[in-house]
Design a protein around this ligand. Structure first.
Ligand code: ATP
Ligand code: MG
Length: 300
């Protein structure tokens, strides 16, 4: 089966080999193997549910899963099918839309910091502060920002790459894992999915004319994604480039990546101290005595 470590970008230059990897075929997976992959995904989801409970009880590490993609790459379906298997009490799902006036009046990491989960929880960032080096770079939005001139120079995005790397290292050193997933859909498959959304009345609501405008910049986005991933993929905060043309394969990859991350964290139910154990034993004795008293009363 496909080893997701092959999709992992940990340092500059590695994305180059992977950026064409959009489909099962490119990833060397046969479509006839679909059932096997779906079975493995289900097993992973069961494992994740158990590990998530331990992560929560342990409360030592927080997890931030960043999902980035072009439109119709399947972010929403990944959230529904993979993240949906987790206990909602331990998960925060945060969508990063166009910034509000208040958000724009702050530094770009402000809203991300506010959305960080407590340790023990998992936050899913549906888009993220990476938009501030993606859409902003493709559309030169920085030129419209109300910022001091000294800040908006030729190195604007280079500086943001550095800030993001520093921010993620800060999180890692403060007991967070940051897992970054790029759902890599091909332009051809995006077109098919848009057409489905236009033709199927039940899917019309998913389509927006703005999506077509962004599609016109598909190649620019590819280039910028490449730069961004190359600049921000690090050993402890890697990127995964997930082939997204087949949703069953993307779900398998995401579930594997999450299981691997949890294995690295290796959360355990907290071990009670001797004093706490003695306290529990005392409560047990009290409860048993209580039920015996009840029985006596009922006999009368
Ligand atoms: P879906 O279309 O499946 O509901 P989505 O994530 O595409 O999900 P939309 O509301 O369609 O959600 O799009 C959000 C838009 O906000 C995207 O086009 C994204 O590029 C844009 N956006 C997010 N962050 C920023 C930012 N910091 N600056 C400018 N635009 C941003
Ligand atoms: Mg959209």
């Amino acid at each position: 089966m496909l080893n997701v470590e092959r999709l992992c970008v940990k340092k500059d230059g590695e994305f180059e080999v992977l950026h064409e990897c959009t489909s099962a075929k490119n990833a060397g997976v046969k479509k006839q193997e679909r059932a096997l992959y779906e079975q493995r995904t289900q097993q992973n989801l069961q494992k994740l549910a158990v590990m998530q409970e331990k992560l929560y009880a342990d409360g030592k590490e927080g997890v931030v899963v960043i999902l980035q993609a072009m439109d119709a790459a399947g972010k929403d379906s990944a959230v529904k099918h993979v993240i949906g298997a987790l206990n909602p009490q331990g998960v925060d799902i945060v969508s990063f839309k166009q910034p509000t006036k208040e958000e724009l009046a702050h530094d770009y990491l402000w809203r991300a910091v506010r959305a960080l989960p407590t340790r023990g929880k998992i936050a899913i960032f549906n888009r993220s502060y990476y938009e501030d080096v993606l859409v902003v770079q493709v559309h030169h939005l920085e030129k419209t920002y109300r910022m001091a001139e000294r800040c908006i120079d030729d190195d604007f995005f280079e500086k943001r790459y550095r800030q993001i790397v520093d921010f993620e290292r800060y999180l890692y050193e403060n007991s967070y894992r940051v897992v970054k997933i790029f759902l890599n859909v091909s332009k051809e498959r995006q077109k098919e999915r848009f057409l489905e959304r236009i033709d199927d009345p039940a899917k019309n609501w998913k389509f927006s004319q703005a999506d077509l405008k962004e599609r016109a910049h598909f190649e620019s986005y590819q280039k910028v994604y490449r730069d961004v991933i190359d600049a921000t993929a690090k050993r402890d905060t890697p990127w995964y480039v997930v082939p997204a043309d087949q949703k069953w394969l993307a779900r398998y990859c995401i579930s594997e990546i999450l299981v691997n991350t949890m294995n690295e964290i290796n959360p355990e139910f907290p071990e009670l101290s001797d004093e706490e154990k003695a306290g529990l034993a005392q409560c047990r004795t009290l409860l048993t005595a209580d039920s015996q008293e009840e029985k006596e009363k009922n006999k009368k």
